[in-house]
Design a protein around this ligand. Sequence first.
Ligand code: SAH
Ligand code: SF4
Length: 383
Amino acid sequence: MSASTAEKINLLGLNRVQLEDFFESIGEKRFRAHQVMKWIHFFGVDNFEDMSNLGKALRTKLADVAEIRGPDVELESFSQDGTRKWVVRLDNGNCVETVFIPDGDRGTLCVSSQVGCALDCSFCSTGKQGFQRDLTVAEIVGQCWVAHKSFGVPDNKGHRHVTNIVMMGMGEPLLNFENVITAMEIMKDDLGYGVAKKRLTLSTSGIVPQMYELYDRIDVALAVSLHAPNDELRDELVPVNRKYPLKDLIAACQEYVRKFNDSRRVTMEYVLLEGVNDKFEHAEELIELLKDVPSKINLIPFNPFPNSGYRRPNGLRTRAFQERLQQAGFVTTVRTTRGDDIDAACGQLVGQVQDRTRRAAQWQQKVQQKQNKIPLHDASANR
Ligand code: SAH
Ligand code: SF4
């Protein structure tokens, strides 16, 4: 009898070693993993029958015990500036968003790691949604798979549209640590998405203990959501700062540069909120704070969402802030807003998800009510 879908192992979520182990466990040679990885991640195949370099018997055996199951695409939108956004639906009805941003030869995919986020940064719409759950490895990698497939099979030279990946979508990647590490291993692998370590960036709000653990486990680029130059303001904007204050965060950033001991720098992300953290004195404090951290600064003009209570500073103010940091010797860029016509800009990843997430929660409660005959609660109470 065939195994039901629930019992089948989803090969999309296995890194190279895990896939080799899987083949060994079913009595096959380990190198089969390499063939299958290429079919999955390079050719975007989800059917063992299409894997023409595997014998019929192996294909049948695989279909019996395994599957390749990416998330369903609920919506794919195209911005006028070439940005694409996918709303992908996960098994239990939750949705997350993935964004592709083309820029010349470069194509950056912004990937989500959690449904919602528990950290509640005051300017972030994902944070306002609250935390629902961690994504599995297959769900994280599945976002790359969906994006890759939507561009069609790469040409003979293996040119891929996705050249860079940033873990900057919904959620705090370091709070879904193991799954994010395995997913990034697949992203880096030549048989996976072949993204070079410098082109794979993890962005964190500063979960200090996991930052050190990250360095021990994998070599990727590091971005830190700084957003404030002192503890008082950062406590307000990024509440996790109360647990891991700036002194500890800065030490963790210094350790990153020391450990890998090359020319790399930490990217400091700084969302500009008018009148809140964009004044001349903030720039001065920031210069002092970062004087001993090899870093570059990425200013992100605030992307508004309903009832946020914040405003984006105008271009002149933004430019003045940037110039002050540049005068002090910091490479400082201003992130251009991309894809805002399809709500794909930083911090906007929530709108369509929230409606569906709420619908999914209501649906689940209805099912539960049927089963248990319990009264319905307000599905949005904890949001
Ligand atoms: N949780 C991680 C990664 C996801 S957020 C982190 O916080 O680093 C990705 C980036 O978008 C972060 O730098 C975040 O601070 C920024 N961001 C969040 N909301 C924003 C908004 N409304 N406007 C501009 N940037 C925002
Ligand atoms: Fe979470 Fe990052 Fe948003 Fe903060 S900015 S709430 S850590 S997703």
